[in-house]
Design a protein around this ligand. Sequence first.
Ligand SMILES: [Cu+2]
Length: 108
Amino acid sequence: MPLEGSTMTSGYLSIKNISGKAIEINGIDCLQIRAEIHETTMNAQGTMKMKKVDSFLLKSGTSSIFVPGGKHVMFWGLNNYDNEHLKCNFIVTDGDPIEINFLVQERG
Ligand SMILES: [Cu+2]
């Protein structure tokens, strides 16, 4: 379990649904690393806020791109993770999990 005050890190990716039907993604599982799907939004005062995305729908043939200022994966405690790669799974309704392999990089 993440320690209190453990560092938060953002992860980015793009995913395309090449199947013939819509895919509903209900979260992310990175085993020993706590992770959530987040979205950054701006309120009327121009303040950036993040909120958890419980699920999102990827229609057939469409892509979802996770970028700074938009959707991202939030990790806790990655600073103590001693590996270059982090395997996670998107949790899918009525389907197999989608494996994602993140490259862990130090950022200045
Ligand atoms: Cu976040």
